[in-house]
Design a protein around this ligand. Structure first.
Ligand code: CP
Length: 337
C-alpha cells in the first residue's frame, strides 16, 4: 500500500512495515502534540469530520490532530444534523462532502458503511469506527501504546502476552487490535468474555493461522495472571436490542485494585479504549485504579493524537515536511505534559 491518497478502512490493509512507518511518524509528532513546536504543514487543508455515532476521543483527537498540523476542521455530528435524515444516500453524501474537504474521517453505526462511503469519495476517507466491525486508528494507537509500555519493562511486541476482557463480540476496537496482532506471530492472547460475547470465530481463526497462541475463557482471575497487558472493554450497549439485555453482561468482569493486586504481575499494564462504563452496575475498570502507575488509559488517549497526526501526514503525503513548516510556540506551555 502507498499511503499517499489511500483510504484507511481496515487493518487488513497493513503489513508490518506500514505499521512501523506509522509509529515512526507518530514518534516525530511528539513536539507538536506537546505544544513545544507548531507546524503549518497542512495550512489551507480541510478535514471533514463526520460522526454519525457518539464519540469523544476519536472525533476530538482526529480534529485536534488536523489542527495541530495547521489544517481546519468542518464537523457534523449525528444523522439529524445532515441531509441523510431527509433520505440522502451515502453515495450522494460522499460525492458532496468530498468536494468540500481534502480528507474525511467518518464514524457510522453500520458495518461496511465507511467503505461504501469511501468508494464514492473523491478524497481519502479514514474509518473512525463502522458498527461493530473495525476501528483501525484505535488499534494503531493501542498497539503504539503497547509497544511503548512493554518497552519500558524490557519487552517487545514479538513476545507480547495480552488478555482482552469483556464484550469481544461487538467491540470493534478488539476486532481491529486482534487483526493487527496477527503481524506479530509469537503473541499470546487470552480472550475473556461471557460465552455469548465471544470474539467472532473468523478472527480467532485468523489469529491462529497467523501463528498466535489464543486461549478463550470466561474466567477472569486465571486469565490475567501471566500477561503484560490487560485490555478491558465496555459492554457495547448500543449493539444490543435493549438496555436490559446489555445489563445481563455488564459488570461480569470487573478489574479493580484488589483484583489487580491479587492476580496480576506487578508490571502488568492496564488498558481500555474508553469510554469505561462508570455506572455502579458496570465498572469494568474501577476508578480505584486511577493512581495505579500501570494504568495506561490516558497515555492511550494522548497517543491517539500522535497516531492520527501520523495518519494524516502519510495519507496527505506531508509526513516528511512537518519540520520544514514549523516554529517554536509563542505561548506558555510548561507542565501540561
Ligand atoms: N475509543 C473510542 O472510540 O472512544 P470514542 O467513542 O469516545 O471516540
Amino acid at each position: 500500500m502507498d499511503f499517499a491518497g489511500s483510504h484507511i478502512l481496515s487493518i487488513a490493509q497493513f503489513e508490518r512495515g506500514h505499521v512501523e512507518r506509522i509509529f515512526s511518524v507518530a514518534d516525530a509528532m511528539g513536539p507538536y502534540a506537546q505544544r513545544k513546536r507548531v507546524t503549518k504543514v497542512l495550512d489551507g487543508a480541510i478535514l471533514g469530520n463526520m460522526f454519525f455515532e457518539p464519540s469523544t476521543r476519536t472525533r476530538v483527537s482526529f480534529g485536534s490532530a488536523f489542527n495541530l498540523l495547521g489544517g481546519e476542521v468542518r464537523e457534523t455530528t449525528g444523522f439529524e444534523s445532515t441531509a441523510i435524515a431527509k433520505g440522502e444516500s451515502l453515495y450522494d453524501t460522499a460525492r458532496v462532502l468530498s468536494g468540500y474537504s481534502d480528507v474525511i474521517v467518518m464514524r457510522h453505526p453500520a458495518e461496511g458503511s465507511v467503505a461504501e462511503f469511501a468508494a464514492a469519495s473523491r478524497v481519502p476517507v479514514l474509518n473512525g469506527g463502522d458498527g461493530s466491525n473495525e476501528h483501525p486508528s484505535q488499534a494503531l494507537l493501542d498497539l503504539y501504546t503497547i509497544k511503548n509500555e512493554v518497552a519500558a519493562h524490557g519487552g517487545t511486541l514479538d513476545t507480547l502476552r495480552i488478555a482482552m476482557l469483556g464484550d469481544l463480540r461487538y467491540g470493534r476496537t478488539v476486532h481491529s487490535l486482534c487483526k493487527l496482532l496477527c503481524l506479530f506471530s509469537r503473541v499470546e492472547v487470552q480472550l475473556v468474555s461471557p460465552l455469548e460475547l465471544r470474539m467472532p470465530a473468523e478472527i480467532v481463526e485468523q489469529m491462529r493461522t497467523a501463528g498466535l497462541k489464543v486461549v478463550e475463557s470466561d474466567q477472569l482471575e486465571e486469565s490475567i495472571a501471566r500477561v503484560d497487558i490487560v485490555y478491558s472493554t465496555r459492554i457495547q450497549e448500543e449493539r444490543f436490542s435493549s438496555r436490559e439485555e446489555a445489563d445481563l453482561y455488564r459488570g461480569r468482569f470487573r478489574l479493580n485494585q484488589s483484583v489487580y493486586t491479587a492476580h496480576c504481575q506487578p508490571n502488568t499494564v492496564i488498558m481500555h479504549p474508553l469510554p469505561r462504563d462508570s455506572r455502579d452496575n458496570a465498572r469494568e475498570l474501577d476508578d480505584d485504579l486511577n493512581d495505579n502507575p500501570n494504568l495506561a488509559i490516558f497515555r492511550q488517549t494522548d497517543n491517539g493524537v500522535l497516531v492520527r497526526m501520523a495518519l494524516f501526514g502519510l495519507v496527505l503525503d506531508v509526513a516528511d515536511q512537518v519540520e520544514k513548516h514549523s516554529r517554536e510556540v509563542n505561548w506558555y506551555t510548561a507542565g501540561r505534559f
